[in-house]
Design a binder for this molecule. Structure first.
Ligand code: IPD
Ligand code: CA
Ligand code: CA
Length: 311
């Protein structure tokens, strides 16, 4: 795998930059970061949740509060290009500092792999995988589709817990291995649709690596014929969460990173769906491609991916 891991140190909560305007903020940043989680145990239908999941939920909600304070208000100097067409804002880095502080406080022995560079090598063999803001380009353009994605995996790449939180809609998607997937505490399952004419399929378009554009367009054309519609919402974490709850019937994307998909993969699996890479392998951390769907859409998309993307 080729994803980046710049060494940085965990920022204590007291050192997190104050991006919240004192006039607009109804609570102090410390209060926002430490706001109590709605106890998932009392949410109807939700099985008892682990301390790990509760911590991930608390971290996601705290970061969500940060995003809502700044949504629609970014100005150009606050936006930097990391790489070609790859942007990072102060909100991305602040969310990452908030999340990593909360997780490190509770689980100092775990490792951490975060998109904006926070990398911690722990001794437990477990790794938290964090996308502090998935859908940064949407966020910059005030397009209200973005999420916080937090997952925990073991050294054998088995996912233990995952959270995708969409702050604008206050939709909290959660899953733990073997315990099902939930949206705001209510159990979710993937779509049961099986007729091609009714499928709504999500994807991500290649905007930097043009060498596989032809393959991508070839597959896209076929999926257009085999579905009622295609959506490109701009957040892989949301695409997977929506596949988990049946809004989308399937999802495929090439060249994703672990932080884009880790939590969403567990959501889909715990909701009864199948997730592999374009080779059909279940260990999705071996490569950077994802196909998710039900017993009809997953094989359909996999067949097309193999046709267009195999070397
Ligand atoms: C992006 C989103 C997008 C996907 C890109 C990702 P970011 O993540 O998930 O849907 O197509 O490949 O990089 O940069 O907004 O965190
Ligand atoms: Ca992302
Ligand atoms: Ca991101």
């Amino acid at each position: 795998m080729t994803y980046k891991t710049n060494e940085t140190y965990i920022t204590p909560i007291s050192a997190i930059p104050r991006i919240l305007s004192p006039v607009k903020a109804k609570k102090s940043p410390e209060m926002l970061y430490c706001q109590p989680v709605i106890n998932p145990h009392v949410q109807k239908g939700m099985e008892k949740t682990s301390i790990e999941l509760q911590t991930a939920i608390r971290a996601a909600r705290a970061a969500g509060a940060v995003t809502l304070e700044k949504f629609g208000e970014l100005s150009l100097p606050e936006i930097q290009g990391k790489n070609f067409k790859d942007f990072v804002t102060e909100v991305d880095t602040t969310c990452e500092a908030v999340i990593s502080s909360i997780i490190a406080e509770s689980f100092p022995e775990d490792s951490m792999l975060c998109e904006e560079g926070t990398a911690v090598k722990g001794s437990s063999g477990r790794t938290w995988i964090v996308d502090p803001l998935d859908g940064t380009l949407n966020f910059i353009h005030s397009f209200p589709v973005f999420a916080i994605s937090i997952a925990l995996k073991e050294s054998n790449n088995e996912l233990l817990a995952g959270v995708v939180y969409q702050p604008v809609l206050q939709e909290l998607f959660t899953a733990e291995r073997g315990k099902g997937a939930y949206l705001n505490g209510k159990k979710i399952t993937i779509s049961s649709r099986s007729d091609k004419e009714s499928f709504l399929i999500a994807t991500g378009l290649p905007f930097t690596e043009y060498h596989y554009l032809e393959a991508y367009i070839g597959m896209l054309k076929e999926v257009i014929h085999d579905s009622a519609g295609i959506r490109r919402a701009g957040s892989a974490a949301i695409d997977l969460a929506y596949t988990a709850c049946g809004r989308f019937d399937g999802f495929w994307e090439y060249k994703l990173f672990p932080w884009d998909f880790a939590a969403g993969v567990l959501l889909v699996r715990e909701a009864g769906g199948t997730v592999t890479n374009f080779e059909g392998e279940h260990d999705v951390f071996q490569r950077q491609s994802i196909i998710a769907g039900n017993s009809v859409t997953h094989p359909l998309l996999l067949e097309k991916a193999k046709k267009y993307f195999s070397a």
